[in-house]
Design a protein around this ligand. Structure first.
Ligand code: HEC
Ligand code: HEC
Ligand code: HEC
Ligand code: HEC
Ligand code: HEC
Ligand code: HEC
Length: 289
């Protein structure tokens, strides 16, 4: 009953506002974004009037919704709470509401980009999964290596700019000499990242016991430019980011992969498989145990 009365109250107020602003006009067309009263489909996923679309049309701002549904999203004057469906901490502002998996609060990155894309051929999706889950080469990649991660939905630099999302390489992605790491949205390619072989280890800085391995002043990676949307495995083959062993390393190009274990036994086995994913692509030289 209370909700019904509130509803009637809103209709009356709305009518007064509309008629006072428009004098003799009686047949005002209602655009969905006016939201005086929601159109059919506000709660129906897939409907053009679905509420997610309204928020998108408002550049992902909740300001309009808050006016009636209140800033705690508990319903305010409408009596209709957002939290009955948005049950994760943060309600509709939870990190998996707009990207990631709506049903899994621990999966906040694409697949499922902002516009619902799920295919790896979309730049919104690309190789997110390959970098973040089930990796065979390393365990060291975090969102923060490629993006700023907002602490809250409202944080500066999050939704206050147009798509595409900004890349900002940090930490592992830029270690040693890779401060020129960059991403090109137009081509969808990443260049000069440490992880894909823009590394340099110098004889001068090496432990004297290890300097014998230097055939040149430096050991360098292959510095591969990689395609963010190509996930067929060709860009993660042994020998693609650095030679076997790398340039400047004794035996460049001629040591069999089965030999790496002789000196790098904390990282690889005889079959050339990575046995400790925390030690490969971690920014430092790793040898025996
Ligand atoms: C009846 C249940 C229900 C209520 C009530 C509800 N939502 Fe949602 N909302 C959903 C569902 C389900 C989705 C996810 C749809 C999907 O899978 O794409 C969603 C998605 C969203 C999205 C993401 C849209 C997108 O395209 O990514 C936002 C933002 C959102 N809701 C905000 C709100 C706000 C704000 C309220 C309260 C004013 C609210 N919701 C009330 C069920 C609800
Ligand atoms: C002018 C006031 C007003 C504004 C602004 C408003 N709403 Fe509502 N909303 C209501 C009222 C009143 C209801 C309850 C109507 C009903 O029972 O269908 C409602 C119902 C809903 C429902 C349906 C819940 C259900 O269980 O069926 C959703 C979802 C929703 N609003 C989302 C939003 C979103 C998202 C925004 C911001 C884009 C928004 N609303 C802005 C007044 C408003
Ligand atoms: C290896 C680098 C990398 C990592 C790690 C990474 N991202 Fe991304 N992310 C990208 C690239 C590249 C894009 C695509 C930019 C574009 O649209 O061209 C992107 C886009 C996005 C987008 C926008 C999607 C859209 O629809 O446009 C979101 C949201 C996002 N990432 C969230 C995350 C979160 C959350 C994590 C961690 C759980 C993460 N990313 C980890 C590189 C990365
Ligand atoms: C209401 C929808 C919505 C919610 C909720 C949301 N995001 Fe986003 N997020 C976006 C949009 C839109 C973009 C793309 C922004 C752009 O173009 O720069 C984005 C982009 C991102 C990116 C890519 C880097 C960037 O800022 O562009 C990351 C990382 C991210 N969000 C993390 C989060 C985290 C963490 C939370 C929870 C604290 C969160 N998001 C909650 C809509 C949302
Ligand atoms: C995505 C790029 C990439 C690929 C693919 C790659 N590596 Fe590496 N590898 C690196 C980087 C970067 C380093 C530099 C040292 C570090 O940060 O661990 C490295 C270092 C090494 C080392 C030296 C030990 C160490 O980690 O310090 C060995 C041995 C090695 N890689 C073997 C392999 C083998 C075997 C494969 C195939 C299973 C492989 N790598 C594929 C990027 C790659
Ligand atoms: C005879 C011992 C030996 C063998 C065999 C060997 N390495 Fe090394 N490697 C070293 C030493 C010692 C260093 C460390 C130099 C330093 O401290 O700067 C090194 C450095 C490296 C580096 C530079 C960056 C880093 O993290 O260590 C890479 C990459 C690498 N080795 C890869 C390989 C690969 C791949 C193989 C097998 C094809 C291999 N190595 C075989 C002794 C060896």
């Amino acid at each position: 009953m209370k909700r019904f009365l509130t509803y009637i109250f809103i209709i009356i107020i709305t009518t007064i506002v509309i008629s006072s602003c428009s004098d003799l006009q009686t047949n005002i067309p209602q655009k969905s974004t006016d939201l005086k009263i929601h159109e059919e489909g506000i709660a129906a996923v897939g409907s053009p009037n679905f509420h997610g679309n309204l928020i998108k049309e408002n550049n992902w701002s909740f300001d309009l919704c808050i006016q009636c549904h209140s800033s705690d999203f508990k319903g305010g004057i409408t009596g209709t709470s957002c939290l009955t469906c948005h049950t994760n901490t943060g309600g509709p502002q939870a990190c998996n509401t707009c990207h990631g998996d709506f049903n899994n609060p621990n999966l906040i990155s694409p697949p499922r980009g902002i516009n619902g894309d799920t295919l790896t051929t979309s730049k919104s999706v690309g190789a997110h999964i390959n970098h973040l889950f089930g990796k065979s080469l390393t365990e060291n990649i975090k969102c923060e290596n490629c993006h700023n991660v907002p602490q809250t939905y409202n944080a500066e630099g999050h939704i206050d700019s147009d798509l595409p999302a900004e890349l900002n390489f940090k930490g592992l992605a830029v270690s040693t000499v890779a401060t020129n790491a960059s991403y090109d949205h137009t081509t969808g390619s990443c260049s000069n990242t440490y992880c894909h072989g823009n590394f340099e280890f110098t004889k001068a800085n090496a432990n004297p016991d290890n300097q014998y391995i230097y055939a040149e002043d430096k050991i360098v990676g292959a510095n591969k430019t990689v395609d963010w949307t190509l996930v067929d495995g060709t860009q993660v083959e042994c020998g693609s980011c650095h030679g076997l062993p790398p340039k400047g390393h004794l035996g460049f190009g001629v040591l069999p992969i089965s030999s790496c274990v002789v000196c790098h036994s904390s990282v690889v086995n005889k079959a050339g498989e990575i046995i400790d994913k925390t030690k490969h692509i971690n920014g430092v030289v790793d040898l025996g145990i």
